[in-house]
Write a protein that binds this ligand. Structure first.
Ligand code: NAD
Ligand code: IPM
Ligand code: MN
Length: 352
């Protein structure tokens, strides 16, 4: 049998809680199709507070030697002064995404049957945001002078390269061609004219290679309107790192909550391992209470299996989650109860 070497970063807060359930479901779904070997990496705010480490180079190298990464969530309570200098988000999460060249941040949004949306009439919501993952304002290209004085100037530069934009746009077109063949570029070309022009010209150029894909464009502010008034219009949305971050929390909210939103940080070339994680964070407000919904982490393992070429096992997980969501009553269940229910709902493995 094939062996899948999985680096596991539970992280902070509810991260380890949801990852435990995700691993449980993942192992059961894979059965004997593959052997799953996990190595745990204790990284995050807790590790930093204990040792001062954020992501040492040798641990990054060790993580990079795996087939894939499963991450819960990292980060402490926003505003905790003890974490001010650590910058876990940049030093750990973004360092992983950048070092492992996760240029596709894939964030599907599905309103599953039986799941309540805060929208009155959401329609059939099933779209995927292809968020650029290695550029934009996230690169840390900026600086500040005269900090703390009334004359402070703080710059945060959005970096967009022809190479970086083209590769993610190409991925988004290919994804659209496999789906309902609609692609929406979201940007702010009316104000961010330099980057906007590059994105627009790139989409127009790549569109010529995908004549079957219908392309449209929305300014990001208008896109937030349509995500609320007509989310069913979207199939594939391609956008930059920051717009994609914001749109996908909104996408989570309209499709039953952030506890259901899965994501993959993907290096399509396979040169580096891809990383799968829920869209949500460490939720310090509910950590340790058993209230965290592990569904987003569980669905992230389906993306992981798809990426590793195990679509049947991925499909079993999606089917089990779909069944679990359809039969959820009003009674609140704990993190573990949801994980157990999803595992129990997995379709039987085909005899081999
Ligand atoms: P958050 O996503 O952790 O929490 C926002 C709200 O959603 C909270 O009320 C929380 O209780 C709720 N929530 C989140 N996940 C849930 C789940 N699975 N089930 C039920 N409810 C859930 O966002 P935040 O409070 O802005 O951030 C907390 C920390 O997490 C910060 O340090 C932030 O930087 C970090 N963060 C990390 C990641 C990551 O590791 N990928 C992502 C986002 C935020
Ligand atoms: C996410 C998170 C991260 C992001 C933060 C924690 C760096 O919000 O995964 O959506 O902005 O990408
Ligand atoms: Mn986010």
């Amino acid at each position: 049998t094939r062996t899948i070497r999985l680096a596991v970063i539970g992280g902070d807060g509810i991260g380890p809680e949801v990852v435990a359930e995700a691993l449980k479901v993942l192992r059961a779904a894979v059965g004997d199709e593959a052997a799953i070997e996990t190595s745990e990496f204790a990284l995050g705010a807790a590790r930093y507070l204990a040792t001062g480490d954020v992501l040492p180079d040798d641990e990054l190298a060790a993580i990079a030697a795996h087939d894939a990464i499963l991450l819960g969530a990292v980060g402490g309570t926003p505003g905790d002064p003890r974490l001010k200098d650590a910058n876990i988000e940049r030093g750990l999460l973004l360092k992983l995404r950048f070092s492992l060249d996760h240029y596709v941040n894939l964030r599907p949004t599905v309103l599953f049957p039986g799941v309540e949306s805060p929208l009155k009439d959401p329609g059939a919501v099933d779209f995927v945001v292809v968020r650029e993952g290695t550029e934009g304002p996230y690169v840390g290209n900026g600086g500040a002078i005269r900090v703390g004085t009334p004359a402070e100037v703080a710059n945060e530069v959005s970096v967009n390269t022809a190479f970086g934009v083209e590769r993610v746009v190409r991925y988004a077109f290919a994804k659209a061609a496999e789906r309902r063949s609609r692609l929406t570029l979201v940007h702010k070309t009316n104000v961010l004219t330099f980057a906007g022009s590059l994105w627009k010209r790139t989409v127009d150029a790549v569109a010529a290679e995908f004549p079957g894909v219908a392309v449209d464009y929305l300014h990001v502010d208008a896109a937030t309107i349509f995500l609320v008034t007509d989310p069913a219009r979207f199939d594939v949305v391609v956008t930059d790192n920051l717009f994609g971050d914001i749109l996908t929390d909104l996408a989570g909210a309209i499709s039953g909550g952030i506890g259901l939103a899965a994501s993959g940080n993907i290096n399509p070339s396979g040169a580096f391992p891809s990383m799968f994680e829920p869209v949500h964070g460490s939720a310090p407000d509910i950590a340790g209470t058993g209230k965290a919904d592990p569904t987003a982490a569980i669905l992230s393992t389906a993306l992981l299996l798809d990426h590793l070429g195990l679509p049947e096992a991925a499909g079993r997980i999606t089917a089990a989650v779909t069944a679990d969501l359809a039969s959820r009553g009003a009674a609140a269940r704990t993190t573990t109860e949801i994980g157990d229910a999803v595992r129990a709902a997995l379709p039987a493995l085909e005899p081999r």
